[in-house]
Design a protein. Structure first.
Length: 134
């Protein structure tokens, strides 16, 4: 009997390896460096943690999904997301959207474009979100 769960896990591993080879590692390293830079100051620590969250998703995106945390901090989470968007989150989101559209033009690039759309959603409002296995 064919084990579909095993096939899905193997496909996720293969796609994640291709993702890393064709640019995912560079994106994850960029997020990691910016996270460390933001965490130098006390004010930047919450933003650095969110960038670290994006680095983990950019490193291994297939087989993961972004979910909203039920107890996400309420008004503080909303305020931090607004500050995030104004400071640079919109540009990160637009970059991932552009890459997603470019990759979805070709049939082979569609799975990778979908991952960029997932990263764009997280990049726009990272506070109050978590990454879980799909």
């Amino acid at each position: 009997m064919i084990d579909l769960k095993l096939i899905k896990q193997n496909m996720n591993i293969l796609l994640n390896l291709l993702w890393l080879i064709f640019g995912g590692i560079f994106t994850a390293v960029e997020y990691l460096i910016s996270s460390v830079v933001m965490m130098i100051t006390i004010i930047g620590i919450p933003f650095g943690l969110q960038t670290l969250k994006m680095a983990t998703l950019a490193l291994w995106p297939f087989g993961k999904k972004v979910v909203t945390v039920p107890s996400s901090g309420g008004c503080l989470s909303l305020l931090m997301n607004i500050i995030w968007i104004l400071v640079g989150g919109i540009w990160i989101c637009l970059t991932h959207l552009a890459w997603g559209v470019i990759l979805c033009i070709t049939i082979i690039g569609i799975p990778f474009g979908v991952q960029h759309f997932k990263l764009a959603g997280l990049a726009l409002t990272p506070f109050g979100k978590d990454i879980v296995d799909a």
